[in-house]
Design a protein around this ligand. Structure first.
Ligand code: BDR
Ligand code: CA
Length: 306
């Protein structure tokens, strides 16, 4: 089984991604490393514990950063609700956090696994930025980082920038520069990775409490549909999770990706080089398309496994 850590800020769609990961037999979920993002860390961290309790899973949760590396915290509570789960609040967790910081746990696991660890990063990239700053040899121990973040076209937080990258551009810039194989699932593909209302109804009819809970969150994400001009419930973070699981249902291209950190209009934008005169050396797989029906079927299959 492939060892993974999900670096996350749950978060409605983070919660769905975590539930999916726990039923993928290919994955060995070694830890969750919540970070401040959609809501402050004092909500994302307990949400991570509560989601694991809902799933009946024993996975260590290492608390991550309370704020971005160099800028102020910018949340998305207006989208995810003050509790981060749009009011579908889970019981307060009974389990305790694992000892130590997220960045130390990532490094320790990466070394112990001898280069096999993959990170699926679905929140602001602060924990990884800190990890790379503190442990310069970390890149050689990471197999891959799959990122939900960025956009080639339109931003969702600013006109230019997607939320996870905008929330900590300096950390994101370090991650894209680190030399680790990267796949970026930006808004261009996450908006295609959606479930139709009737597909959500099917999940709501599944018998387990976990699937029914996921269906409630999915029902809420359906309300993002018109804003994004999408045909269904847009699933940003599950898109990255499913891409990491099975890239064969996606289209991608090799290219260089960097992060703009300075521009007054473009701070937090992911900049891609495909055919410019600069001919920048590719550092990432840019995920551009998805077979939506296969994606939806996989989401359903994993939730039906509860
Ligand atoms: C990303 O931002 C967050 O609000 C979501 O959880 C997702 O990770 C989408 O821009
Ligand atoms: Ca997220």
């Amino acid at each position: 089984r492939r060892p993974i850590i999900i670096d996350c800020d749950p978060g409605v769609d983070d919660a769905i991604a975590i539930l999916l990961a726990l039923r993928a037999p290919e994955f060995d979920l070694r830890a969750l490393t919540p970070v401040a993002g959609n809501v402050p860390l004092d909500r994302t961290a307990p949400n991570a514990l509560s989601i694991l309790e809902l799933a009946g899973a024993r996975v260590p949760v290492y608390r991550g950063a309370e704020k971005p590396m160099f800028c102020e915290l910018h949340t998305a509570a207006e989208i995810h609700g003050a509790d981060g789960l749009h009011g579908f609040t889970l019981p307060e967790p009974k389990t305790a956090y694992a000892e130590g910081h997220a960045w130390d746990a990532i490094y320790r696991e990466a070394r112990a696994l001898g280069g096999e660890l993959e990170i699926i990063a679905v929140g602001p990239l602060t924990n990884l930025g800190i990890a790379f700053s503190k442990y310069p040899d970390l890149p050689r121990y990471l197999k891959k980082i799959t990122i939900m973040g960025g956009a080639v076209a339109y931003g969702n937080t600013t006109s230019a920038a997607e939320f996870n990258i905008y929330a900590d551009p300096e950390a994101a810039e370090m991650v894209f520069r680190a030399g680790v194989p990267i796949a970026m699932c930006g808004l261009d593909v996450t908006h295609q990775s959606c479930l139709l209302p009737e597909e959500i109804d099917e999940i709501a009819a599944l018998p387990s409490p976990q699937a029914r809970y996921a269906a409630k969150l999915l029902g809420y994400t359906l309300s993002w549909k018109d804003r994004y001009h999408s045909i269904g419930a847009v699933l940003h973070d599950p898109c990255a999770l499913i891409y990491a699981l099975d890239p064969s249902m996606f289209e991608s291209k090799r290219c260089w990706i960097g992060v703009e950190t300075k521009g007054p209009v473009t701070r937090g934008k992911t900049v891609t080089d495909c055919y410019s005169d600069a001919k920048k050396e590719p550092n990432a797989d840019l995920v551009t398309g998805v077979d939506r029906a296969r994606f939806a079927a996989k989401v359903r299959e994993l939730l039906a496994a509860y």
